[in-house]
Design a protein around this ligand. Structure first.
Ligand SMILES: [Zn+2]
Length: 424
């Protein structure tokens, strides 16, 4: 057990209650990463909170303390799922799979937690399956309701599950994509799913896989909205504590490498635990994810990634090159704020979402413009902040090759992707 990065306890583990003493990685102080700065607020200050993650020495859950109340993070959320083509396709494929595998029909009930703008549930609606979305951000939920997707503006937990049970609403399928990691009251959330699920029902959840985060240096996926970072071993333990069994798992390429877990009631023994689930437990065990010392090296790896990115930016700026960003995702803000990158390195970034362009990135105050700006200013380098979508973005923006522009990704380490001189 390494004690070099151990500190006096700051709070307790959100799953098992053990005092947190071991820092996983400390990214310093950062503003809330989805809190875009409107032009009218440009001369005002903004709050910064610690972005310091711990690993629990007892259950090994990697986690961020609740420095910011969820109401402040999620009430006016600017992430609209429908602005990413590849994410929409991912949702469609999932719905087709779920309809067939779980035999859903007109008599079934699907509940999605954190249903965003209805990008996923609309597929079930089209297939005639009853749906309910639960979404805490009212501006996003409103868009879903306008599309005809029944949505309640709520945080999910045991109280909401009991409320629905009171209306005789239980789910054949509970879906949660990129929500489990965002839940501060983790035990209450999982207990709520247990209460909402029909006896033979299925839960599927997707979240970034901690093993991929660590192996591929994805420290920028750490931000205040992400309270927990799960290995399969840890999430299995958490579900088991609430009477839910993980009977299958898929490894997905989304968000840089995610898990899709399949859960059922522990009492529902009709479905055996798959080979894939057993194999992943074995792989994580072999890779050391049951030992505290495995988590101790990550902080240094992160510092080295920062040095390499800054080295690259300093070099190209000295050569007189122009660098702009593409995208304004949460992860981009973690990266830019941790590395101290402002308009001294990056002139501007662009985003397709009208909720983002015209504003400024939190902390770094880098302006966000419409993507057409790139064609007008012809930069030498385009730094892709949502690096997980780099293929989609490079296809959309292939025209940067016309003036010899090149794409760069910051993660797993800074890399120039396209020798566009060759392509042009
Ligand atoms: Zn713990």
């Amino acid at each position: 057990m390494s004690t070099t990065n151990s500190k006096p306890s700051e709070g307790t583990c959100r799953f098992c209650g053990q005092p947190l003493r071991h820092i996983f990685v400390d990214l310093g102080m950062s503003p809330i990463c989805n809190d875009m700065v409107k032009p009218s607020r440009l001369n005002e200050m903004e709050p910064f909170y610690p972005l310091r993650t711990y690993v629990c020495e007892n259950c090994l859950l990697v986690q961020l303390q609740e420095y910011v109340a969820p109401d402040n993070i999620f009430s006016d959320y600017t992430y609209f799922s429908s602005y990413s083509d590849s994410w929409l396709q991912h949702a469609k494929r999932y719905c087709d799979m779920a309809m067939e595998r779980f035999g859903l029909n007109a008599g079934s009930q699907v509940v999605e937690i954190a249903s965003n703008d209805g990008y996923l549930l609309q597929n079930f609606v089209a297939a005639g399956v009853a749906v309910l979305g639960i979404e805490p951000a009212s501006n996003v939920a409103e868009v879903a309701q306008q599309k005809g997707i029944p949505t309640r503006v709520k945080f999910f937990g045991l109280e909401t599950a009991r409320e629905l049970a009171g209306e005789a609403l239980q789910a054949d399928l509970i879906v949660g994509n990129n929500v489990l990691a965002h839940v501060p009251a983790l035990n209450d959330f999982v207990a709520g799913m247990k209460a909402l699920l029909k006896p033979r029902g299925t839960i599927t959840m997707e979240f970034p896989h901690l093993m991929r985060l660590m192996q591929e240096n994805q420290f920028d996926t750490i931000y205040h909205e992400h309270f927990s970072y799960f290995s399969f071993i840890t999430v299995e333990k958490i579900f088991a504590a609430h009477g839910l069994t993980l009977f299958d798992v898929e490894e997905l390429p989304t968000h840089g490498g995610s898990l899709r877990i399949f859960a059922r009631h522990a009492e529902d023994t009709t479905r055996r635990i798959s080979d894939a689930a057993n194999a992943l437990l074995g792989r994580e065990q072999e890779a050391g994810y049951t030992r505290l010392d495995t988590y101790a090296q990550f902080g240094e790896q992160v510092k080295e990634t920062k040095r390499k990115l800054l080295e690259f930016l300093i070099r190209v700026k000295r050569e007189g090159k122009t660098v702009v960003g593409y995208g304004a995702p949460g992860k981009g803000n973690t990266l830019l704020n941790y590395c101290g990158i402002k308009t001294d390195f990056i002139d501007y970034t662009v985003d397709r979402s009208p909720y983002k362009y015209g504003n400024y990135l939190p902390g770094s105050r880098i302006p966000v413009y419409h993507p057409d700006t790139i064609r007008e200013t012809k930069p030498d380098y385009v730094l892709i902040l949502p690096w997980n979508l780099k293929d989609e973005i490079m296809t959309q923006m292939a025209y940067v090759a016309e003036w010899g522009g090149q794409f760069v990704v910051p993660i797993p380490e800074v890399t120039v992707l396209l020798q566009s001189a060759v392509e042009a």
